[in-house]
Design a protein around this ligand. Structure first.
Ligand code: SAH
Ligand code: SF4
Length: 378
């Protein structure tokens, strides 16, 4: 780990405001279009450093490098699975904190274009403490800055040339480590930068923020980012169980969280997704499906059932597929739109915080023991 300089690390280019950069160039007698050139160049993912922004004079590239950090990610290690279609990166930040992002590719079929989903972290660790989640089990580290959030996406863009194809559908989901709405200001700023057509340029409909239910920030999101998708991690259909599985429920119980979900759907006309991790013998009984149907019926939402990825610190396992299908059938029978999410990346423990937990027990850079995993230095 490198010691930050006494003045602190340089400002990160990926969160620099356009007008500040315009002023920076004006101080050097340079026109405003230079700022837009740099921000678009960094976001495009073709350059690996300021020196590769070849439409700028060499002198300006050198000066940018002295004034700004090109990326807040110092080192990354990648693990691949699903024949290379799912990859997970552990990123090391300037202060040695480690965060994760996951890259999932879905090949195009027939007339449909190939899709990629990048799952990014909003915090190092998480304070909510859901007992089934590896991130929750590890506790809270710190908030991420907007640049640290955006840089996860840019890191994959630089690493995977196929993402540069304008036809490629890229989705970004805030479903990695951390509770995004506990870190709402940097997360909202990162969403704006990711969405900005002059910068990363991902359409708002392709951006999803997932929350365990921070009610005031959900209402803020409806006001400030009405085009972005909202997912609510529900996981239980009555408060006694949700108090245990998603402890923030003791502050904002189901009625409050789903009230905010309904307000979001009413204001934005966007369908809210209710995430429900299926835990064998804990939340998967037919009665729970009926309760969930009662909560989900009659407003603009759909249910996403996710088999639990087991974690070492919890005794639970995922509901077997027939049980998930029975649960889904009850919901559908009650008129609730329901999908069953696939188990992408199970062998690299792609759920929230799991690879990080595994790697924390070893030095980053050593090989992961399982023979099906490929460690790639990147
Ligand atoms: N903190 C936010 C976003 C990150 S978690 C939230 O909870 O919504 C992203 C999703 O992964 C959540 O729905 C979470 O419940 C789920 N998840 C966490 N641990 C999991 C596990 N072991 N197996 C399956 N899904 C898990
Ligand atoms: Fe935090 Fe989400 Fe994990 Fe719960 S599931 S501990 S809210 S990251």
């Amino acid at each position: 780990m490198t010691e930050p300089s006494p003045a602190g690390p340089l400002p990160a280019i990926s969160e620099a405001a356009t007008d500040e950069l315009v002023a920076w160039f004006a101080d050097r007698g340079e026109p405003a279009y230079r700022a837009r050139q740099v921000l678009a160049g960094v976001a495009a993912g073709r350059a690996n450093g300021f020196v590769e922004l070849t439409d700028l004079p060499l002198r300006l590239r050198a000066e940018l490098g002295e004034a700004f950090r090109f990326s807040t990610i110092d080192a990354s290690h990648v693990v691949a699975t699903d024949g290379g279609q799912t990859e997970k990166a552990v990123h090391e930040l300037a202060d040695g904190q480690r965060i994760e992002s996951v890259f999932m590719q879905y090949p195009g079929r027939g007339a449909s274009a190939p899709r990629t989903t990048i799952c990014i972290s909003s915090q190092a660790g998480c304070a909510v403490g859901c007992p089934f989640c590896a991130t929750g089990q590890g506790g809270f580290g710190r908030h991420l800055s907007a640049a640290e959030i955006v840089d996860q996406v840019l890191w994959w863009r630089r690493s995977r040339a196929g993402l540069l194809d304008p036809e490629h559908h890229l989705n970004v989901v805030f479903m990695g480590m951390g509770e995004p709405l506990h870190n709402a200001d940097p997360v909202f700023q990162a969403v704006r930068i990711l969405n900005d057509p002059q910068r990363v340029g991902i359409g708002a409909r392709h951006l999803t923020v997932s929350t365990s239910g921070v009610v005031p920030a959900m209402d803020r999101m409806a006001d400030e980012l009405p085009q972005v998708n909202l997912a609510i991690s529900l996981h239980a259909a009555h408060d006694e169980l949700r108090d245990e599985l998603v402890p923030i429920n003791r502050k904002w119980p189901i009625s409050a969280v789903l009230g905010a979900g309904r307000r979001f759907a009413d204001r934005t006309r966007r369908r809210v997704s209710l995430e429900y991790v299926m835990i064998d013998g804990i939340n998967d009984a037919p009665l729970e499906a009926q309760r969930l149907a009662d909560l989900a019926r009659g407003w603009l939402c759909h249910v996403n059932l996710i088999p639990l990825n087991p974690t070492p610190a919890a005794p639970w396992s995922g509901t077997p597929r027939p049980g998930i299908d029975r649960f889904a059938a009850i919901l559908r029978g009650a008129g609730v739109a329901t999908t069953v999410r696939d188990t992408r990346g199970r062998s690299i423990e792609a759920a929230c915080g799991q690879l990080h937990a595994q790697l924390s027990r070893r030095a980053l850079g050593s090989r992961v023991a399982s023979p099906e995993l490929v460690m790639v230095e990147a």
